[in-house]
Design a protein around this ligand. Sequence first.
Ligand SMILES: [Fe+2]
Length: 221
Amino acid sequence: MGADVRDMFMVHTMMHREFQLLPQLVRDVAEGDTKRAAVVARHAELLCLVLHLHHEGEDVILWPLLLERGGDQALAIVPTMEEQHHGIEAALELVTMLLPGWKATTRNGEALAGAFDVLFDRLLEHMTTEENKILPLAEKLVTAAEWAKLGEHGLSKSPKKDLPLVLGMTMYEGDPEVVGEVLSHAPLMARLIMPLVAPRLYASHARRVHGTATPARVGRR
Ligand SMILES: [Fe+2]
Protein backbone atom coordinates (compact mmCIF):
# COMPACT_ATOMS: atom_id res chain seq x y z
CA MET A 1 0.00 0.00 0.00
CA GLY A 2 1.32 3.45 -0.93
CA ALA A 3 1.75 6.34 1.44
CA ASP A 4 -1.27 8.49 2.28
CA VAL A 5 0.42 11.89 2.45
CA ARG A 6 -2.62 13.89 3.55
CA ASP A 7 -1.32 13.99 7.13
CA MET A 8 1.67 16.01 5.87
CA PHE A 9 -0.65 18.66 4.42
CA MET A 10 -2.44 18.76 7.76
CA VAL A 11 0.78 19.33 9.73
CA HIS A 12 1.95 21.95 7.22
CA THR A 13 -1.35 23.80 7.59
CA MET A 14 -0.89 23.93 11.36
CA MET A 15 2.69 25.16 11.06
CA HIS A 16 1.71 27.73 8.42
CA ARG A 17 -1.01 29.19 10.67
CA GLU A 18 0.96 29.20 13.90
CA PHE A 19 4.31 30.41 12.55
CA GLN A 20 2.57 33.14 10.58
CA LEU A 21 1.03 34.49 13.78
CA LEU A 22 4.25 34.39 15.83
CA PRO A 23 6.03 37.63 14.76
CA GLN A 24 3.02 39.78 15.64
CA LEU A 25 2.51 37.92 18.92
CA VAL A 26 6.05 38.93 19.87
CA ARG A 27 5.59 42.52 18.67
CA ASP A 28 2.38 42.87 20.66
CA VAL A 29 4.02 42.13 24.01
CA ALA A 30 4.29 45.38 25.97
CA GLU A 31 7.72 46.38 27.21
CA GLY A 32 8.37 44.81 30.60
CA ASP A 33 5.39 42.44 30.47
CA THR A 34 7.43 39.32 31.15
CA LYS A 35 4.34 37.40 32.20
CA ARG A 36 2.89 37.74 28.72
CA ALA A 37 6.31 37.15 27.13
CA ALA A 38 6.51 33.82 28.96
CA VAL A 39 3.15 32.71 27.51
CA VAL A 40 4.20 33.62 23.96
CA ALA A 41 7.69 32.14 24.45
CA ARG A 42 6.36 28.80 25.67
CA HIS A 43 4.07 28.61 22.65
CA ALA A 44 6.97 29.50 20.33
CA GLU A 45 9.27 26.93 21.94
CA LEU A 46 6.73 24.18 21.40
CA LEU A 47 6.27 25.12 17.74
CA CYS A 48 10.03 25.24 17.18
CA LEU A 49 10.37 21.76 18.64
CA VAL A 50 7.58 20.40 16.42
CA LEU A 51 9.21 21.95 13.36
CA HIS A 52 12.66 20.65 14.25
CA LEU A 53 11.40 17.09 14.78
CA HIS A 54 9.31 17.23 11.60
CA HIS A 55 12.39 18.06 9.55
CA GLU A 56 14.67 15.67 11.40
CA GLY A 57 12.26 12.85 10.49
CA GLU A 58 12.37 13.85 6.83
CA ASP A 59 16.17 14.05 6.89
CA VAL A 60 16.58 10.66 8.50
CA ILE A 61 13.75 8.69 6.88
CA LEU A 62 12.29 10.34 3.79
CA TRP A 63 15.20 11.79 1.80
CA PRO A 64 17.25 8.55 1.88
CA LEU A 65 14.23 6.52 0.67
CA LEU A 66 13.52 8.92 -2.18
CA LEU A 67 17.17 9.06 -3.24
CA GLU A 68 17.35 5.28 -3.19
CA ARG A 69 14.26 4.79 -5.34
CA GLY A 70 13.52 8.01 -7.18
CA GLY A 71 16.44 8.18 -9.64
CA ASP A 72 16.83 11.48 -11.48
CA GLN A 73 13.51 12.79 -10.23
CA ALA A 74 14.70 12.54 -6.64
CA LEU A 75 18.14 13.89 -7.47
CA ALA A 76 16.50 16.93 -9.04
CA ILE A 77 14.69 17.96 -5.86
CA VAL A 78 16.04 16.32 -2.68
CA PRO A 79 19.22 18.49 -2.56
CA THR A 80 17.00 21.59 -2.70
CA MET A 81 14.99 20.23 0.20
CA GLU A 82 18.14 19.63 2.23
CA GLU A 83 19.39 23.13 1.49
CA GLN A 84 16.07 24.61 2.57
CA HIS A 85 16.21 22.59 5.78
CA HIS A 86 19.64 24.06 6.53
CA GLY A 87 18.26 27.57 6.02
CA ILE A 88 15.35 26.84 8.33
CA GLU A 89 17.60 25.28 10.96
CA ALA A 90 19.80 28.40 10.88
CA ALA A 91 16.73 30.59 11.41
CA LEU A 92 15.60 28.27 14.21
CA GLU A 93 18.99 28.57 15.89
CA LEU A 94 18.79 32.36 15.86
CA VAL A 95 15.29 32.26 17.33
CA THR A 96 16.41 29.78 19.99
CA MET A 97 19.30 32.06 20.88
CA LEU A 98 17.13 35.17 21.21
CA LEU A 99 14.10 33.64 22.93
CA PRO A 100 15.38 33.16 26.53
CA GLY A 101 16.63 36.74 26.88
CA TRP A 102 13.43 38.19 25.47
CA LYS A 103 11.30 35.92 27.64
CA ALA A 104 13.12 37.11 30.77
CA THR A 105 13.25 40.84 29.96
CA THR A 106 11.13 41.58 26.81
CA ARG A 107 14.22 43.33 25.46
CA ASN A 108 15.21 42.96 21.78
CA GLY A 109 11.66 42.01 20.81
CA GLU A 110 12.07 43.44 17.32
CA ALA A 111 15.14 41.28 16.67
CA LEU A 112 13.21 38.20 17.76
CA ALA A 113 10.12 39.11 15.72
CA GLY A 114 12.36 39.71 12.69
CA ALA A 115 13.96 36.31 13.18
CA PHE A 116 10.49 34.74 13.23
CA ASP A 117 9.65 36.66 10.01
CA VAL A 118 12.67 35.09 8.32
CA LEU A 119 11.84 31.66 9.70
CA PHE A 120 8.27 31.88 8.44
CA ASP A 121 9.28 33.03 4.93
CA ARG A 122 11.72 30.14 4.61
CA LEU A 123 9.25 27.65 6.02
CA LEU A 124 6.47 28.70 3.68
CA GLU A 125 8.68 28.45 0.60
CA HIS A 126 9.90 25.04 1.75
CA MET A 127 6.48 23.57 2.51
CA THR A 128 5.09 24.72 -0.83
CA THR A 129 7.99 23.16 -2.74
CA GLU A 130 7.69 20.00 -0.70
CA GLU A 131 3.96 19.69 -1.38
CA ASN A 132 4.41 20.27 -5.12
CA LYS A 133 7.52 18.22 -5.76
CA ILE A 134 8.11 15.76 -2.93
CA LEU A 135 4.70 14.52 -1.90
CA PRO A 136 3.76 13.26 -5.40
CA LEU A 137 7.05 11.33 -5.44
CA ALA A 138 6.49 9.96 -1.94
CA GLU A 139 3.02 8.75 -2.90
CA LYS A 140 4.60 6.68 -5.65
CA LEU A 141 7.76 5.48 -3.95
CA VAL A 142 7.09 5.15 -0.22
CA THR A 143 4.96 2.48 1.43
CA ALA A 144 2.32 3.23 4.05
CA ALA A 145 4.43 1.49 6.71
CA GLU A 146 7.49 3.58 5.86
CA TRP A 147 5.41 6.75 5.84
CA ALA A 148 4.04 5.90 9.29
CA LYS A 149 7.64 5.90 10.60
CA LEU A 150 7.87 9.62 9.78
CA GLY A 151 5.02 10.39 12.14
CA GLU A 152 6.37 8.00 14.75
CA HIS A 153 9.74 9.78 14.68
CA GLY A 154 8.17 13.04 15.85
CA LEU A 155 5.91 11.32 18.36
CA SER A 156 8.67 9.28 19.96
CA LYS A 157 10.87 12.34 20.52
CA SER A 158 8.21 14.79 21.72
CA PRO A 159 7.54 15.24 25.43
CA LYS A 160 4.39 13.18 26.06
CA LYS A 161 2.73 16.00 27.96
CA ASP A 162 2.73 18.21 24.83
CA LEU A 163 1.18 15.67 22.47
CA PRO A 164 -2.51 16.32 23.21
CA LEU A 165 -2.09 20.06 22.60
CA VAL A 166 -0.10 19.54 19.41
CA LEU A 167 -2.78 17.15 18.23
CA GLY A 168 -5.48 19.71 19.01
CA MET A 169 -3.53 22.37 17.12
CA THR A 170 -3.30 20.06 14.14
CA MET A 171 -6.94 18.96 14.32
CA TYR A 172 -8.13 22.58 14.26
CA GLU A 173 -7.96 22.73 10.46
CA GLY A 174 -7.63 19.00 9.88
CA ASP A 175 -9.97 16.92 7.77
CA PRO A 176 -11.74 14.63 10.29
CA GLU A 177 -11.08 11.67 8.01
CA VAL A 178 -7.33 12.31 8.04
CA VAL A 179 -7.40 12.90 11.81
CA GLY A 180 -9.16 9.55 12.19
CA GLU A 181 -6.52 7.88 10.06
CA VAL A 182 -3.69 9.36 12.17
CA LEU A 183 -5.41 8.35 15.41
CA SER A 184 -6.05 4.82 14.16
CA HIS A 185 -2.37 4.08 14.95
CA ALA A 186 -2.71 5.32 18.54
CA PRO A 187 -3.49 3.18 21.60
CA LEU A 188 -7.20 2.58 22.27
CA MET A 189 -7.50 5.04 25.17
CA ALA A 190 -5.93 7.83 23.13
CA ARG A 191 -8.22 7.00 20.22
CA LEU A 192 -11.25 7.39 22.44
CA ILE A 193 -10.21 10.38 24.50
CA MET A 194 -8.16 12.56 22.15
CA PRO A 195 -10.95 13.63 19.77
CA LEU A 196 -12.70 15.17 22.77
CA VAL A 197 -9.76 16.44 24.80
CA ALA A 198 -7.34 17.73 22.15
CA PRO A 199 -9.61 20.36 20.51
CA ARG A 200 -10.63 21.72 23.91
CA LEU A 201 -7.01 21.97 24.97
CA TYR A 202 -6.17 23.89 21.81
CA ALA A 203 -9.20 26.16 22.23
CA SER A 204 -8.11 27.26 25.70
CA HIS A 205 -4.48 27.50 24.60
CA ALA A 206 -5.47 29.64 21.59
CA ARG A 207 -7.63 31.86 23.81
CA ARG A 208 -4.63 32.46 26.05
CA VAL A 209 -2.07 32.89 23.26
CA HIS A 210 -4.07 34.40 20.36
CA GLY A 211 -6.89 36.01 22.31
CA THR A 212 -9.45 33.83 20.51
CA ALA A 213 -10.36 30.15 20.45
CA THR A 214 -10.73 30.42 16.67
CA PRO A 215 -7.63 32.00 15.11
CA ALA A 216 -7.86 32.76 11.37
CA ARG A 217 -7.62 29.61 9.32
CA VAL A 218 -5.07 29.46 6.53
CA GLY A 219 -6.95 26.74 4.65
CA ARG A 220 -3.88 25.37 2.96
CA ARG A 221 -5.79 22.57 1.34
FE1 LIG B 1 6.99 18.42 5.73
